[in-house]
Structure formats: C-alpha cells, structure tokens
Design a protein around this ligand. Sequence first.
Ligand code: NAI
Length: 461
Amino acid sequence: MSAFDVVVIGGGPGGYVAAIRAAQLGFKTACIEKEPALGGTCLRVGCIPSKALLESSEKWVETRQILARHGVMVSDPKLDLTATLKRKSDIVTMLTKGVDGLLRKNKVTRFAGHGRLNGPGVVEVTTEAGVEKLEARHIILATGSKSASLPGIRLDGEYVGTSTEALSYSSVPGRLVVIGAGYIGLELGSVWARLGSQVTVVEYLDRILPGMDREMADEAQKLFAKQGLVFRLGHKVLSASGDQNGCAVQCEGQEPILADRVLVAVGRVPNTDNLGLDTVGLTLDPRGRIPVDEHLCTPVAGIYAIGDVIRGPMLAHKAEEEGVAAVDHIAGKAAHVNYEAIPGVCYTHPEIASVGQTEEQLVQAKVEYRKGSFPFRANGRALALGDTEGRVKILADAKTDRVLGVHILGPRAGDLIAEAVAAINFHASAEDLFLTSHAHPTLAEAIKEAAMAVHGRAIHI
Ligand code: NAI
C-alpha cells in the first residue's frame, strides 16, 4: 500500500490547488480524479467553456449589430458553430493539460480513478486496472457538486439537459427554455439567444439572480429583456420532457411552454456519491453537505473538506481559497478564508459582479449605511468602448465609512470587482477608495466616483 502525507480526492480547482500547495510545503501528495481530464466541472464543463462561448457569441453580436457604429462595415457574416465549439474545446484541452503539467512539475502523484474512503487513514482508488489502496495521514475531500434537477423532470441528456449539454448543442435551438434565472441560466441563455435562439427563462422567484443585490439584478433583467430574453418570473416548473419532435415545460397554473431544447439550471448539489463517508462515521448535514469547522476540518480527525461539497457559495475561487487554507492548517500555519470577501460574477453582457453585503442584507441587519452610485454612461472609457450600460454601487457604513458591499453592473464588472474585494479584505473605507489614484481613462474610475458619491462629492455626475 503506497503511503502519502496528503491525499486529495477530486482534481477540480479546489482539489488540484490543494494538492499543489501541499506539494509546495513538502508533503508527499496524491490527487485522485475519476475523469480523464483534470480541472473539475469548472475547467471541463463549467466556468471555462461557458466563458469561451460567451466570448464567441458576443463577437457574433458585435459583428452583426455593433461594428457598423464604429464605421467597420461587414457584409453577410456567417456563423460556423462547429468552429465555435471546437475553439471552446481547444481552450478546455489546453487548460486541463496545463493542470496535468502543474501536478507533474510539483511532483504530485496523480491517480486516475474513483477515490473512496475505506476506514480511517485509508483511501481506495478504483481504476480500470483494479483497486489500489493508499495510506493517508491527511485526506482532503474535494469532490465538488453535480447539477440538481426537479422531481417532474427527466433529464434525457439530449433535449432536456443540464449546462453540460447546453455547452455543446450541435445546432442553434429555435426555441430554448431555460429553467432557473441563476448564474448558469443567464450565462448560457445569453449565449444561445445571441446565436439566434428564442430564449425563455422560467424562474420560480419573482426576481433573477437570487443572492445578488436586488436593485442591480432588476436593472440587469431589463437589459437582458432588451437583448431578447423573455422572463417568466414567479413560475413554478412542475415537469419538462421532450424528444426530437419538441419539448414542453409545464408550470403550475399555466399553459405548457413549447421548446426545441430545455436547459435545467436550478442549482447544484454536493457530490458525495460512493465516497465511503460511512466507513469513517461521517454524516452529511441536512442539505447533503459535508460538515466542516472554520479550519475546513470535518468531525473526523485527519479528514478535511473543501469547495462545493461543503457550505458556502459554489464557486471555483472559493474552493481554491479553502484548498490552500486546509493545507496550510495541516502544516500548522495560520490559515483563514475571509468569506466576507468572496466575489460573485455573472458573465452576461453587461457583467454583474458583487462582493460583500447587498442592500437588502444591510436593511435586514439594521446596519446604517450610505450609498454611492456612478453610471458607466458618464465614464469616458465606457463611452469609447461603446459599452455604457450599468453602474457601480457602493455601500459603506454610515458611521465608520467602511466599505460593506460593492455591486457592479457593467462592462468588465468581473475584472473591476477585484479592487472592491481588496478594499473589503483590507477593511478599507469609501474614502480610502477615492483617495486612491485611478488611471484615466479607465472603467475603474467608476469605482472611484461611486466611492466619492458615498460622500456626496462625485465629480463627473
Ligand atoms: P443558482 O442557484 O445560481 O440559480 C438557480 C435558480 O433556479 C434560482 O434562481 C432558483 O430560484 C431557480 N429555481 C429553483 N427551482 C426552480 C423551479 N422549480 N422552477 C423555476 N426556477 C427554479 O444555480 P445555477 O445557475 O444552476 O448554478 C449552479 C451553481 O454554479 C451556483 O451555485 C453558481 O454559483 C455556480 N455557477 C457560477 C458561475 C459563475 O461564477 N459565473 C457560473 C455558473 C454556475
């Protein structure tokens, strides 16, 4: 039986980052992944391929609708969807191979197979060749999540499917119904709407993007509606089914909505399938997650868990932070994840990015706050880009001026939010933000101006 200091089960952004960190600290480390490619949902069938398609579909819209405004005339553009999908797959292959290379460079032993606990300190790996047992002083569970579905829905892997299928439709569906107006529904709904589908987004709640600041989400919804997305809010989906002759989505008290394809994007659930938790006496919490303390330790000594399989937002960067923190804790180093400063980004157009508290949360917690806002239409760089929709909103403590929440709807919001994350991480005030020089002309100036607006002294509005 081979012996390791650290065995990581799962090779997604949480798992592979934890493995590399463990190797950096001199631990003899193994990483087990059941899929042929490393990188997890994020690299293979999530964040990365969706961003590739978002980018390509934006180029398509730009070519047909925007370039003429710049005086660039293009006649009769054609969409080669096969090439679009191949570009996406090539990016995924490049990145997953890159992770392979990183593990090799760091001398992490990779096992290709299904990892499972088999009693304290033992992990077994099932591969095509058989079962191999590993002895592990420390085990990190990083098995991620899988798509959730609804009771009345039969996922057929073709017509009624999840994001995995929606990343690879071989033709542009005439009508696409998206169930769920969360991150996945809006991103992939946008992709196919841009490429020509009639997209209807059906959402149970009376709003899109639950969890994001309501005001910003409502503004975003109006912009997406202008782009052609049809929203059916407050609709409870009871069933969905379909075949090559068409699909139907049945909502409570409504006529069926007909479509050519249905994308089910109603969230994800922790993946603990056949993980052998019972062999060490680990039980899941009521929501199916592995319980952990602030150091990512499960109640079983020597076993840690990180990422989508534990509490908190299901985000790759959150899993990475936890991977590093778990390993640093194993090494006896100070380790801490600041959950107040984990950004969320929805990569629609415009993007929506958020960090810290929403206005609703502050109201509910009875925190006194001041609010500053700055629209991109008053930002020179946004005008030059021709991308002026949206704004930056900053919420700061009324007494201390500490930045409590930053919400951006606008061009490159996902990149802009980094400054706000740093500000919240370092307990900066709105004044700190606006006393910081921002290059001109940049989109980031909208953050400075919004911080000034918190103090009623914005210059350009
Ligand atoms: P989500 O939790 O973001 O949204 C699911 C939506 O489905 C919610 O609005 C919910 O109210 C709605 N819903 C639930 N049951 C419903 C029903 N019966 N009928 C109609 N609507 C219903 O989940 P999503 O979009 O599936 O994403 C899964 C996870 O993946 C999320 O945790 C997200 O954080 C992560 N993700 C992150 C991305 C990013 O960071 N850009 C991109 C894609 C996914």
